[in-house]
Write a protein that binds this ligand. Sequence first.
Ligand SMILES: NC(=O)c1ccc[n+]([C@@H]2O[C@H](COP(=O)([O-])OP(=O)(O)OC[C@H]3O[C@@H](n4cnc5c(N)ncnc54)[C@H](O)[C@@H]3O)[C@@H](O)[C@H]2O)c1
Length: 361
Amino acid sequence: MSAPKRTYKIAAIPADGVGIEVVTAGRTVLDALAAASDGAFAFDWTEFPWGCTYFERTGRMMDRDGLEVLQHFDAIYFGAVGWPSVPDHVSLWGLRLNIAQNFDQWANVRPVHFHPGVVSPLRKADDTQLDWVVVRENSEGEYAGLGGRNLSGRGPGNEVALQTALFTEKGCERIIRFAFDLARTRPVKKVSSVTKSNAQQYGMVLWDETFTRVARDYPDVTTESVLVDAMSAKFVLKPEDLSVVVASNLNADILSDLGSALAGSLGLAASANYNPERRFPSMFEPVHGSAPDIAGLGVANPIGTILSGALMLEHFGLADEAARLQKAVDATTGSGVLTRDVGGTATTDDVVAAIVDNLHL
Ligand SMILES: NC(=O)c1ccc[n+]([C@@H]2O[C@H](COP(=O)([O-])OP(=O)(O)OC[C@H]3O[C@@H](n4cnc5c(N)ncnc54)[C@H](O)[C@@H]3O)[C@@H](O)[C@H]2O)c1
């Protein structure tokens, strides 16, 4: 067989817990898709052992020169980081946030997709077409890492901690423009901006004002500004009103978990961390964490990771292949091959085998 027309170099970082199972699952499906592409494309995988086990051995979450090494890949396919043996802020900052922040992956896109055959806790989902995307500011806001712990010298009970959120006009503007550009590609051209500017009167007011200014450049896109508490209610009560929801790092993190739970399970939710300028590789990963409660049992839902692979295909300009993968996943859930988090009895491997079969539909 002749060499594929294009080979994508992918850094796989399964990291911890179910991350290892779902990245294996995702790689199997993506390789099957590449094999069925008649030589149009292939993946060249390099797997890195970074994560909490690596930390226990070396005292580091990733190699010292890890970022330099990763820089030369076309994309990063990530599992999940975190294990009870390492404090969560150490593991998260040492690996996932280290990569996302240093590679300026400032746009985190998290589609909320409702799958056939998966029962949503929302009764409305039975007879209403629901589909929206959460766009998360991924470089600053509440996760800027600014602050410190002080005054512990004053004795027990007197320590003070500051956790400062950073909002720059440039940071707000680029993510808001990204959301408007994305809305223009969707059937419903609408952007909902989410803040808490009644209580947080500096950063979030700057966000609101930037949103109003940027919106003037997109007269064809409908807009609304909603406070985060009201938006969480709207996710449940009026989700048919949503198309693109743009929010700060923390607010969008919380809202996207709510969205994936409404779609049936955290295990279904895909995400992409983009460096839109393509100066650095972008990173594709499920929304969920390492799920220590089910790790190693072979029952993790691989769909969030597999559909993160579909987002990676779109990023490479392989939109038809991404659609083919999405269709295979929908056919799989529609035929009742479901892991237990969505009410089924299938194992991770059963779901992978069914998706691979359904690629040929
Ligand atoms: N992006 C990341 O790497 C990321 C994100 C969130 C949490 N974490 C880390 O993961 C660890 C566990 O955190 P948590 O328990 O709060 O969140 P979690 O997402 O790991 O688990 C929450 C619940 O969802 C279930 N779940 C998650 N993924 C699933 C899947 N693929 N299939 C079926 N069920 C699934 C789990 O069993 C659990 O009941 C912590 O160390 C945390 O810091 C990492």
